[in-house]
Design a protein around this ligand. Structure first.
Ligand code: BES
Ligand code: MN
Ligand code: ZN
Length: 505
C-alpha cells in the first residue's frame, strides 16, 4: 500500500472510501466528522446507521452515498472507550479499517487529517501510529501460497487528505511509518519463513543485503573462526548441525567525526531448535523455526534505521546456528569453555540460547558499548509467567528497564520486569564447572537471565528481553495476523532514536 497526499478543498476529494474514527462514550464521538458532514455529507446526517455504530474497538461500519458522490463510501472505525485510548488503539482501529477495505476490494482509501484532531495524542504522533498500524495490519506472509491472489493488491493507496498544506512533521510521517513497518515486516517474514529457507546462511545474506543497501559495516565470523577465537559455548551448539553457523556483526557507523560508544543489540538466531540431544517433544516442534526471532528483530531494526538514515552508532551481534542432535552434537554433562573463559557444565542441550548468547555478549564487550540489549526467544518459562502478549525484561539498570517499559507502552509492545537477585545464582551452582546451564524448573526465565548476567560487567548497562511468548501469536492480533509479530523492533528503534536524550550510564 502506497501512502499519498491530496491537498484540496473537501469538495474535490476523490477516494473510494473516507475513513473516520469513532469513540465509545465520548462527548465528541467522531473527531472531524461534523466538519465533513457540514461540507459534503448532508446525505448522511440523517442516517440511522450512525446510531448503530458504537465506536467499539475494531468495530467498523460502512455506509454508501447517493449515486455520483465523489466519495461513495464512509467507513467508521471504532477506537473503544475514551479513557482507555492510547497509540495502540489507533493502530488497531486503522488495521481493522484497512482490512475491511481490503475485504471490500477498495483501491483508494482516504483519511482526512482532521479525523485525527481532538484525540489525546498530538496529531503528528497520531498520524504515525495510524499509518504504522495500517501497514502492519495489512501485512501478510503469502510467499509460499501459489493459489491465492497476493494480498498486497488492495488497498493500493492510502490518501491523506487535507485542505491546507500540512506542516513538516506531518509530511515526514509517511516515510517514518513506512520505515518502521518495513523493519517490523522484515522481522516477521524471517520468522514466518521455514527453517529450510531461513538458515544461518540466509540470515548472513539478509545482513549482506542491508549492508549493501544502507552502507552498514558487516563482519561474518564462521564456525572455524568462532572456534579459534575461543567461542566454545557457541561452537558447542553449532557442532551438532550440518548447516554452517555464523556470528553476524552489523554496524551503523555515524557520519559524525567524534567517536561515540555504540549501542549493541544482540539477537538470538537459532534457526531451528530441536533441543539437541535433550530432544524436544514432537508436539509443535515446527514452532521452533521462530527461535531466531531475536536476530530477526535486530535485522529489522537495521532495516528501519537504514531507511530513516538515523540512529547514531549501533552494532548488531547475531549468533546464528541450528540446534540439532547430530553425531557431533554437544551432550548433557559436557563442559565447555566460553569466550569469557568461564566454564559451563551443560545439563540440557535445549538451553542452547544462553550458550550462544553468552559468547555473543562477551564478544560485544570489545566494542566498549554504551549499553547492550539482547533479544531472545529464550524460555518457555517466560510464557508461563507472562503469557504470549508480554515480554520479560531483566537487566542491571532500573533506569534502562523502565525506559524499555515506557517506550514499549508508547508503541504497543508490552514488557514486564522480572528480578535478577543474586540468590537466583544458587540454581546454577555446578560441582565441576563455574556453573551449569540450567537449574530445576523454578523461575526458569529468571535463571536464564541470571546465566546471561554472569557475562556482563556491572559497569555496562544491559537489558535482556525474553521474547519467547511475544515473537509468535497463535491468534490474530490487532495489528498482526496470526503468526510472527516482529515484536521488539519498534521498541528498539525508538530506544536507538531517543538514546542520546536518555542519559543512561
Ligand atoms: N527456544 C526455546 C524457548 C522457547 C519456547 C521459545 C517456546 C519459544 C517458544 C529455548 O531454547 C528452550 O528450549 N528453553 C528451554 C529451557 C530449559 C531447557 C531450561 C525451555 O524453555 O524449556
Ligand atoms: Mn532450546
Ligand atoms: Zn531455543
Amino acid at each position: 500500500m502506497k501512502i499519498d497526499w491530496q491537498i484540496a478543498p473537501v469538495s474535490d476529494w476523490q477516494v473510494d472510501v473516507l475513513v473516520f474514527f469513532g469513540m465509545e462514550d465520548s462527548p465528541e464521538p467522531l473527531p472531524g466528522f461534523e466538519r465533513w458532514l457540514n461540507a459534503q455529507g448532508q446525505w448522511l446526517s440523517g442516517s440511522s446507521v450512525l446510531r448503530d455504530f458504537q465506536g467499539k474497538l475494531q468495530q467498523t461500519a460502512v455506509f454508501y452515498g447517493p449515486p455520483g458522490s465523489k466519495v461513495p463510501r464512509i467507513l467508521l472505525a471504532g477506537l473503544g472507550g475514551e479513557e482507555k485510548f492510547d497509540a495502540e488503539k489507533l493502530q488497531t482501529a486503522t488495521a481493522a479499517a484497512l482490512r475491511k477495505c481490503r475485504e471490500l476490494r477498495l483501491k483508494r482509501v482516504g483519511l482526512p487529517l482532521f479525523a485525527l484532531h481532538g484525540l489525546s495524542v498530538p496529531v503528528g504522533k497520531a498520524l504515525e501510529e495510524t499509518l504504522i498500524g495500517g501497514l502492519l495490519g495489512l501485512h501478510r506472509f503469502d510467499e509460499f501460497k501459489t493459489r491465492e491472489v497476493p494480498s498486497s493488491e488492495t488497498p493500493g493507496s492510502l490518501v491523506l487528505l487535507d485542505e491546507n498544506e500540512p506542516d513538516e512533521d506531518l509530511r515526514a510521517a509517511p516515510h517514518f511509518a513506512e520505515s518502521v513497518a518495513s523493519g517490523v515486516c522484515l522481522a516477521r517474514d524471517l520468522v514466518s519463513s521455514p527453517s529450510n529457507r531461513v538458515t544461518p546462511g540466509f540470515l548472513v545474506e539478509t545482513a549482506k543485503g542491508l549492508a549493501k543497501r544502507f552502507g552498514f559495516r558487516l563482519d561474518v565470523i564462521d564456525s572455524e573462526r568462532a572456534r579459534s577465537l575461543g567461542m566454545g559455548a557457541f561452537s558447542a551448539v553449532a557442532q551438532g548441525s550440518g548447516e554452517p553457523a555464523y556470528l553476524i556483526l552489523l554496524e551503523q557507523v555515524p557520519s559524525t567525526p567524534e567517536k561515540t560508544a555504540p549501542l549493541v543489540l544482540v539477537g538470538k538466531g537459532v534457526t531451528f531448535d530441536t533441543g539437541g540431544i535433550s530432544l524436544k517433544n514432537r508436539d509443535q516442534m515446527d514452532a521452533m523455526k521462530q527461535d531466531m526471532a531475536g536476530a530477526a528483530a535486530v535485522l529489522g531494526v537495521f532495516e528501519t534505521l537504514g531507511r530513516l538514515k538515523a540512529g547514531g552508532h549501533v552494532i548488531g551481534v547475531m549468533p546464528c546456528t541450528e540446534n540439532m542432535p547430530g553425531s557431533r552434537a554437544y551432550k548433557p554433562g559436557d563442559v565447555v569453555k566460553s569466550l569469557s573463559g568461564l566454564t559451563v557444565e551443560v545439563i540440557s542441550t535445549d538451553a542452547e540460547g544462553r550458550m550462544i548468547l553468552c559468547d555473543a555478549l562477551t564478544y560485544a564487550l570489545k566494542f566498549q558499548p554504551a549499553a547492550i540489549i539482547d533479544l531472545a526467544t529464550l524460555t518457555g518459562a517466560c510464557i508461563v509467567a507472562l503469557g504470549s502478549e508480554v515480554a520479560g525484561v531483566m537487566g542491571n539498570r532500573e533506569t534502562l528497564t523502565k525506559e524499555i517499559l515506557d517506550i514499549g507502552a508508547g508503541v504497543g509492545e508490552k514488557y514486564w520486569p522480572l528480578p535478577l537477585w543474586d540468590f537466583y545464582f544458587d540454581h546454577l551452582k555446578s560441582d565441576i564447572a563455574d556453573f551449569k546451564n540450567v537449574g530445576d524448573r523454578s523461575a526458569g526465565a529468571i535463571v536464564a537471565g541470571t546465566f546471561l548476567k554472569q557475562f556482563v560487567p556491572e559497569d555496562i548497562p544491559w537489558a535482556h528481553l525474553d521474547i519467547a511468548g511475544t515473537a509468535w501469536a497463535d491468534k490474530e492480533l490487532g495489528t498482526a495476523p496470526k503468526g510472527a509479530t516482529g515484536f521488539g523492533v519498534r521498541t528498539m528503534v525508538e530506544l536507538v532514536l531517543t538514546w542520546p536524550e536518555l542519559g543512561i550510564r
